[in-house]
Design a protein around this ligand. Structure first.
Ligand code: FAD
Length: 380
């Protein structure tokens, strides 16, 4: 059992997954979050079988809570935007559980966050702590938070602080995420309103006329609601936000030529959220001395493979496994380098494939993504 003094910046999906895994390994873990509390912001998180398997290993309470609030899509279906032709259909649910050891779960982000937060001692989450500067000269690493004069000194610092990571900038220099020229619309509608759309209990992706144009739908909130996620090219909108309202008429206008089944979903939306999508290139390294990164902090990606949260949870598990038996701070840099070596190739490959948006368009292999076992992959 390790005994390191570990600080995690960011109480998002990846930060809380790592906090649970490292706390269970016996480390002294504190999470620093800039928000004043957990808010019910956002909506969907898609957890494919690889992500659910990683999550399940964090303990039965988390696994139970995720299943209690999430939904289990029956299939993963691809359809063409104009003809409606089905170009691929993978059975999920029980079949995925048999094949990959876990089902796909689609869940509200706040419910997943609550499942992870409830399993971790709340007094170890320091809200209203925005990391501003980091100094890794000498022994360990010190972090200074907004409004505080005294720095906090740690054996290990994990940057789980999302796409605009301050920890990443401190480690590798400041560099802004790139606007992709693509915007995303998110809406949640009662399933009752769209129950006549075929396969409404499945995860369905409508492939548009260009890689940026697509509509994804899946069940949410145990199937009571249906989530709609539509993307399209739009150079003029740059605002990145989980709360900004979009215009439903504009949304419908973008997809006016889509198949009637797809349009019926958009017709059912009363309100919609809109955000610009940003990403970055893969990093050459994630770790430096006693500091490392996970999740969007090191590999923010386009949402087209629905792997953002899954990769963060996989990172958290592999990171914790590499630190599990480390008690001596001088052994930390080597353990973090091993974590990086185990994860960087897979995460970078998925980051680049998400950018291309062709995966599973017309069949293809899902096993290399869904079949990964973060708890079983051999330690480097
Ligand atoms: C509020 C919010 C809502 C979201 N809603 C959705 C959604 O509906 N659908 C979807 O697909 N994805 C959503 N995401 C993104 C999604 O959670 C991530 O892409 C994915 O889960 C990877 O998680 P992560 O832990 O790496 O990063 P994130 O989930 O982005 O978590 C990063 C955390 O770090 C905190 N943080 C950032 N900077 C600092 C700092 N300097 N000091 C301290 N704390 C800091 C943030 O407040 C956040 O809690 C949302 C993210 C956020 C922050």
């Amino acid at each position: 059992m390790g005994q390191l003094n570990i600080g995690i910046v960011g109480a998002g999906i990846g930060g809380l997954a790592a906090a649970n895994a490292l706390h269970q390994a016996g480390h002294d873990v504190v999470v620093f979050e800039q928000a004043k509390q957990f808010f019910r912001v956002g909506a969907d998180i898609n957890l494919t079988p690889n992500a659910v398997r990683a999550l399940d290993g964090l303990g039965p309470d988390i696994a139970r809570a995720a299943r209690a609030s999430g939904a289990r899509p029956t299939h993963r279906i691809s359809r063409l935007w104009d003809s409606g032709e089905e170009t691929s259909r993978l059975p999920m649910s029980d079949e995925a559980e048999r094949k990959y050891g876990a089902p796909q779960l689609t869940i509200h982000r706040a419910d997943l966050l609550a499942a992870l937060a409830d399993a971790f001692p709340l007094e170890r989450v320091r809200f209203d702590h925005r990391a501003e500067s980091i100094d890794a000269r000498g022994q360990g690493v010190s972090v200074r938070f907004k409004g505080q004069r005294e720095a906090t000194t740690l054996d290990v610092l994990i940057g789980a602080d999302g796409i605009h990571s301050v920890v990443r900038s401190a480690m590798f220099g400041a560099e802004s995420p790139r606007f992709t020229g693509v915007v995303a619309f998110r809406a949640v509608v009662p399933t009752e309103r769209v129950k006549d759309v075929p396969d409404i209990a499945a995860f369905t992706k409508w492939w548009g006329p260009s890689p940026e144009s697509q509509i994804v739908t899946f069940p949410l909130n145990q199937g009571r609601d249906t989530f709609i996620f539509a993307t399209t090219a739009q150079d003029s909108w740059h605002e990145e936000s989980w709360t900004t309202a979009g215009n439903v008429d504009e949304l419908r206008g973008f997809y006016a030529d889509f198949h009637p089944d797809a349009r019926a979903l958009l017709d059912a939306c009363d309100t919609v959220l809109k955000t610009a999508l940003y990403e970055r290139d893969p990093l050459a390294h994630w770790s430096a001395g006693p500091m490392t990164l996970l999740g969007d902090a090191c590999h923010p990606m386009m949402p087209f493979m629905a792997q953002g949260a899954g990769m963060a949870i996989e990172d958290a598990v592999v990171l914790a496994r590499n630190l599990a038996d480390v008690a001596d701070p001088s052994a930390v840099p080597a353990a973090l380098a091993r974590y990086e070596a185990m994860r960087i190739e897979r995460a970078s490959r998925i980051q680049l494939a998400s950018r291309g948006n062709q995966w599973l368009k017309a069949g293809g292999n899902a096993d290399w993504v869904y079949g990964y076992d973060a708890w079983g992959v051999p330690l480097a």
